[in-house]
Design a protein around this ligand. Sequence first.
Ligand code: SF4
Length: 386
Amino acid sequence: MRVSHTKLDTYKQCPRKYKFYVDKAPQDPSRTLALRFGSAVHKALEFAYAKRYKYPPQERVIEYYKGLMRQETDPEVLKLFEKGIAALKNYLGKNEAAHMSIVEIEKKFLIELGNGHEIEGIIDRLDMLPDGSFEIIDYKTGQIPDAEKLGENWQLAIYQFAKQRKLQTNRIKASLVYIMFDGHKLTYQFGKDELERVRTEILSLVAKIEADTVFAPKTSAWCNTCAYQPICPAWVHKYNVKDQVLVGKIKDKDMIDIQSKIDRLLTVTAVIKKLDDETQQLKEIIAIFGKENNMTRLFSDLGTVSISFQKKRAYDAAKLAEVLRENLLRKIVKTIDTKKLEKAMPYLTEEERQQIAAFTKEKESSSVMVRPAIEEREDIDDLIST
Ligand code: SF4
C-alpha cells in the first residue's frame, strides 16, 4: 500500500474523511478556504525560492500571489489572503534567497516503509546550513502547535527519514515554519530509535487501514472544517433533510414520520434522565431517613420501598500502590483491584495484611429497592407530571 503523511493524518482524524479523500469525493468549496489559502502561500514561496525562477524580487512574488487569488470573491476569503501578503513580505524580507543555500524545492520522495508498504510526499524546501548539515523546511499557515509534542510529529519524522535515506547522512533536522506568525520556527531532530518507533507506528496504522472495511465517521472538532461534511453520513441528515422537513419542503411521508420519531425519542430520553436524577435524590433522602429511624421498609398506598445497608472496605489506592510496588504482592494484584485483593488476603503474611489494613477504611453504603403498585394504573402519566 502507498500512503502519505496527509492520508495517515486524515485517517487518524476520521476514517470516513480518509475514504472520501482517497476516493476523490466532491468537496464543498466553502469549506476549503484554509486549503486554498495554504496552497496559495506555498505556491508563492515556491515561486520565490525555486532556482528556475532566478530568485524574483519580492514585488514579483507578491504579484504572483495576488494572481492566485484573482478568482476569489468571498470577502472573508479576501481578508485572509490580504493578511497573507503582509506575512509573505515579512518572511521574504527576513529570508532572502540570495543569502541562503537552498538545495531543493517542492521535491517529491517515495520510500519503502517495510512489509511491502511505501510512503510518498513532497518536501517544501531543503536548505544546506553553513556547517554542511541539512534543514528540512515545511511551511505552515495555521496555528503554532505545542512545541513539547514535536517528537510525536509524524510528518517531520517521515521527512527526516526520507532525506536521511536519500542523502545517506543523519546530519538533518526538520523544521515547521509558521508564515502567519512572523515565520516562527519549530525544529526537531529525530534520533535513530525515534525514527524506528514512528516507522513501526505507521506500519501498524497502515495495517489498520487495510483491514478497515467500514471507514466509520468519527465526529470531532475536525468536522467544523471538513470539506466532506455535506455528504458525510454523520451530517447528511442535518444538511439535506432535517431543515427541509421542518420548513415543509420535503413531503416524503417516511422522512416526516422518522423526524417525529426522532423528536419523540429525544423527548422521552430527556424525561427519563430527569426522572432518573430525581429518583436517585429521593432514594438518598429515604435511605438517610431509614437509617436514622432504624427502618428498612417504608409503605405507601402506591407500593413499598425497601432499604438495605452494607459495609464495604475502601482502600486508599495511591498509598496502597506504593506498598504493593515494593512488595511481592504486586505479582498477585497487578492493578489495585479490590476484589482480587480481598481474594489474595488469606495468602498474605500478617505484616502485609497490617500494611494494607492501615490504608483501609470501612465505607457504608445503602441500596433502595422500589416496588410500585402503580404499574397497572391508567393515570400513571398524570402521576408523573404532578
Ligand atoms: S464531517 Fe466529520 S465525521 Fe464526517 S467525514 Fe468529515 S471529519 Fe469525518
